[in-house]
Design a protein around this ligand. Sequence first.
Ligand code: ZN
Length: 167
Amino acid sequence: MENEQIPPQSVADDVVVSLDYTLRVDGEVVDSSEDGAPIEFLQGYGNIIPGLENALYDMRINEKKQVVISPEDGYGEVDPDAVIEISKEEFPPDITLQPGVTLQVQDNEGNVMLAQITDVGDETVTLDFNHPLAGKELHFNVTVVGLRAANDEEIAHGHVHNSEHSH
Ligand code: ZN
């Protein structure tokens, strides 16, 4: 055996972290890993929101933490310029134009973005391109459930390779 590595003992850059988490916003659970597998990511490369990544440093396996993240370290503040009115004629006829509906919108470069319909007028539809959690304070309960050293390829790519993702 060559170069056997000591497994990482705590969260640090270049460590693959497995994390159980529950995210509450305004007292309600909006996301959680409880029903599925923990999320797995490479620490130190911005793979998760910055406020959460920063709070994880030095946590050990099975350690739990409550993390409160301000909008600026989470999904950003609400950008009023990201709310736009579009003529109804721009929408394909098969789309239900109703407040609360989320649409996939493609821009001129082919990037797909999500937008929520916030208002439907006589002539126009208001689309909000802000992240649904923009402007929100995020309350995370996290548990570190696994730590392993990343391999060279993962570090070069800046993300985890697993069965679903390898290139
Ligand atoms: Zn890769």
